[in-house]
Ligand binder design. Structure first.
Ligand SMILES: C[S@@+](CC[C@H](N)C(=O)[O-])C[C@H]1O[C@@H](n2cnc3c(N)ncnc32)[C@H](O)[C@@H]1O
Length: 212
């Protein structure tokens, strides 16, 4: 998996900007801004961006935050370091975050959680919970479906549009099932809401209970 994203690092941002009119990057920057808007940010908060990539989300954040980033790909982190943003960067992945418990006020992530396999999603959410302070919140913008029925309606839509490439995306990428994530987060004590950001993308927002 690391090698795959390493090879994309050089051209990632150009690829994003060249596909804004297609499903895969539909509303891309609007979704980044919605994630930021839903994160209730205030000066001094410690914010972790997971799957930070080349920093397209983090570089849009307001000033005054204490910024941290994690990514699986060393090359993505190298590209981001070239920007000289004030972000504390570390290699790591959703399921193994290199941070102590209850370290962050906010966790944000865009277009990365779909790389976590279906069998690892619950463990990844539990790991994010581990590093989030009580009363903190996480906001994830990514490829998701509400449930299997909505995924089937997407398949039908792409079959009708003769979009074999999009049907392939639905097979190859791990679109988060929102109802499953809602249940997992509920068991961890979160209040969760989600809203659609594009044909394939949703924004999930989960607030951690103040104390257990
Ligand atoms: C499509 S890019 C998104 C980058 C950035 N968040 C954005 O919105 O532009 C996905 C990023 O997630 C990283 N990634 C993939 N799997 C990951 C994992 N399991 N844990 C952490 N990062 C991961 C990749 O290396 C890549 O940098």
């Amino acid at each position: 998996m690391t090698g795959c994203h390493d090879s994309q690092a050089e051209n990632y941002e150009a690829e994003v900007r060249s596909r804004l009119d297609d499903y895969i990057r539909e509303n891309y920057f609007e979704i980044l801004d919605t994630v930021i808007g839903r994160a209730d940010l205030a000066a001094g908060l410690k914010v972790l961006d997971i799957g930070i990539g080349t920093g397209l989300l983090t570089e849009r954040l307001p000033r005054g935050l204490e910024l941290y980033g994690v990514d699986l790909s060393p090359r993505m982190l190298d590209k981001l370091r070239e920007k000289k943003l004030p972000v504390d960067l570390a290699p790591g992945d959703f399921c193994h975050l290199p941070h102590p418990g209850e370290a962050f006020d906010r966790i944000i992530s865009t277009f990365a959680f779909h790389h976590v396999g279906f069998s690892e999603k619950a463990a990844a959410l539990a790991e994010m919970d581990r590093v989030l302070k009580p009363g903190g919140l996480m906001v994830i913008g990514d490829f998701m479906v509400e449930n299997e029925a909505q995924k089937e309606s997407l398949r039908a839509k792409f079959r009708a549009e003769n979009r074999a490439d999009m049907l392939q995306e639905l097979v190859e990428e791990y679109f988060t099932d929102l109802e499953e994530a809602y249940a997992t987060l509920g068991a961890l004590g979160y209040r969760t809401t989600y809203r659609r950001g594009a044909t394939l993308s949703w924004i999930l927002r989960a607030v951690k209970a103040p104390s257990r």
